[in-house]
Design a protein around this ligand. Structure first.
Ligand code: FAD
Ligand code: NAG
Ligand code: NAG
Ligand code: NAG
Length: 530
């Protein structure tokens, strides 16, 4: 660029931001405040504050929308999107939003099933963390600092580039964001061996309501406890987590088997429920239950179960193990593929064999489907008669399916009060209810919402009660939302997500954010002011 063009460009930038500001007084106030707080130049502020009438607003907003339900013209939109490129910008955004009395939403990977990170029914701004995504791995201590704007795919890839024996127990889908996933619990196919993602967090950095940046020592053990499963967004903006990496064998084994009702699937499910949560902790067997077209009776619907499994060991050992414990499955060596941990991450996502692991760095999976998810916990295996009656209902409802995720192993060894995540020993399976559709519009939304609610009702006799427990990271507004931010409202969903830990979360919340600045439709309330 020639020197003489610089002043011209500067005038142009000033002009552009001035014209946005003119139509948006709040933008003006916030941008002046951020400029002063973070000690920035005005050209820098215009790079990290995206106003509603900015040309990049729509694409920045849509980049991390992962559910088409919240991608409509009717979806409430933020007044401003803040896209910090330094930690001090996050502090400034919190201080300035608070000063302007506007609510914030915090977004990392944007995978929240109810869009809590980017939708609100009151005026709001988004603090969008995607620029803050460094990953620093220390092989000597086998730990890593991960900024919350990173995805789990980026984390897995970085680990695999540094070591052939280290891995990390987090979610299956590579685009899930570290910020929401880690602070809400997090699990994947290593849960039975290493527990939740958050069980492997050893330190964190958070921006509190005063804009201070605090690490574990500075925030104290109560707040550090709360953000490992209680959801980050009720307590502050988490900048990064320090994690403990785990050691994995060089060869792991995976298999995927399908069985239809006509192939004795019910007997297999009966036995699966005994084996999956009690077997060797090196084995994780997920099970999908789906209504599908019958292969044998044309035009009829049936149930198909799919067992998707990963074993931290070789194929021969796995065949021997399941030959002894689960002969009904009929697993043969030819059903099993041996590979490395990082290849298995691709395998779980059905990415073709031979694809380079750098595919995990891809953030642009533009998933334009409409999705709803719900969760449940099973504490007693569903008896055979119960399964048969459930199959009839699932076939009649027609569309939504279930995913069984076995617990046990390491999950049994961690006390239910060690973190806010209370579903430990005694919880055999977490179930995900799942429905996905592609037709836009309110009619499809109503139909498919009703279908998944019917399925949820059909499960009532078989799942945990008092409370009917749920998983925070499978966010579901049907189990209660907060309108006024009261303790009573919060208790309704809070006890389902956190059981006996809800009250301790309220205590921490009341201490660190007494005015309830960090709030959303399902945040932790403060103790009601008498
Ligand atoms: C395709 C898909 C696959 C999934 N697979 C799994 C899985 O295998 N295992 C599993 O456990 N879960 C899974 N989930 C659920 C996932 O763990 C949660 O949706 C999780 O909260 C997503 O984190 P995020 O950062 O992407 O979401 P976001 O939508 O950005 O955030 C979710 C919540 O966390 C808050 N938050 C985000 N970042 C921060 C931060 N830096 N500081 C404070 N609060 C923050 C948000 O405000 C919001 O309340 C999946 C979800 C999807 C859509
Ligand atoms: C959101 O809508 C845009 C078009 O406006 C589309 O390109 C994108 O795929 C959609 N994303 C989702 C998740 O629905
Ligand atoms: C189902 O079970 C019956 C009786 O136990 C057995 O005879 C039959 O071979 C089994 N079918 C399949 C497909 O495994
Ligand atoms: C993947 O491809 C390689 C090379 O073609 C092959 O040796 C290996 O068995 C394949 N793995 C799986 C899981 O199919």
């Amino acid at each position: 660029m020639r020197k003489s063009m610089l002043p011209l460009l500067f005038v142009f930038l000033l002009h552009v931001s001035a014209s946005w500001a003119a139509s948006n007084p709040l933008f003006n106030t916030i941008s002046q405040c951020v400029l002063a707080q973070a000690k920035l130049q005005s050209s820098e502020v215009s790079k990290i504050l995206v106003a509603k009438d900015s040309p990049s607003y729509t694409s920045v907003l849509q980049n991390y929308i992962r559910n088409a339900r919240f991608n409509t013209t009717a979806t409430p939109k933020p007044v401003i999107i803040v896209t910090p490129t330094a930690e001090s910008h996050v502090s400034a955004a919190v201080v300035c939003a608070k000063k302007s009395e506007i609510q914030i939403r915090i977004r990392s990977g944007g995978h929240d099933y109810e869009g809590v990170s980017y939708v609100s029914d009151v005026a709001f701004i988004i603090i969008d963390m995607f620029n803050l995504r460094s990953i620093d791995i220390d092989l000597k201590t086998q730990t890593a600092w991960v900024q919350t704007g990173a995805t789990v795919g980026e984390l897995y890839y970085s680990i695999s580039q540094k070591s052939k024996t280290l891995g990390f127990p987090a979610g299956v889908c590579p685009t899930v964001g570290v910020g929401g996933h880690f602070s809400g619990g997090g699990y994947g196919f290593l849960i039975r061996k290493f527990g939740l993602t958050t069980d492997n967090v050893v330190d964190a950095k958070i921006v509190d309501v005063q804009g201070r940046i605090l690490d574990r020592k500075a925030m104290g053990e109560d707040l550090f406890w709360a953000i490992r499963g209680g959801g980050g967004a009720s307590f502050g903006v988490i900048l990064s987590f320090k994690i403990r990496l785990v050691t994995l064998p060089p060869t792991i084994s995976v298999f995927r088997l399908e069985r239809y009702l006509e192939e004795n699937a019910t007997d297999i499910v009966v036995k699966y429920q005994q084996v999956a949560p009690t077997t060797d902790e090196n084995l994780f067997m997920r099970m999908l239950v789906q209504p599908v077209d019958s292969k044998v009776k044309k035009g009829e619907k049936t149930i198909r179960i799919t067992i998707i499994a990963e074993y931290q060991g070789d194929a021969n050992t796995l065949v021997a193990l399941l030959g002894k414990e689960f002969p009904e499955l009929g697993l043969k060596k030819g059903d099993i593929a041996e590979m490395s941990w990082i290849q298995s991450v691709l395998w779980w996502n059905q990415i073709p064999n031979g694809t380079a692991p750098s595919v995990l760095l891809d953030r642009n999976v533009n998933d334009a489907d409409f999705v709803r998810r719900k969760s449940d916990y099973i504490k007693t295996p569903i008896p055979k008669a119960g399964l048969e009656s459930l199959w009839t209902k699932i076939v009649a409802i027609g569309k939504p399916g279930l995913v069984f995720n076995p617990y046990g192993g390491k999950m049994n060894q961690i006390p239910p009060t060690a973190t806010p995540f209370a579903h430990r020993a005694g919880f055999l399976f977490k179930i995900q209810h799942s429905i996905t559709w592609s037709e836009p519009g309110p009619e499809a939304e109503q139909l498919h919402t009703s279908e998944i609610r019917q399925l949820h009702n059909a499960l009532t006799p078989y799942v945990s009660q008092n409370p009917r427990s749920a998983y925070l990271n499978y966010r579901d507004f049907d189990i209660g939302i907060s309108q006024k931010g009261t303790y009573e409202e919060g208790k309704v969903y809070g006890e389902k997500y956190f059981n006996q830990n809800f009250d301790r979360l309220v205590q921490v919340k009341t201490k660190v954010d007494p005015e309830n600045f960090f709030r959303n439709q399902q945040s932790i309330p403060t103790h009601s002011k008498a």
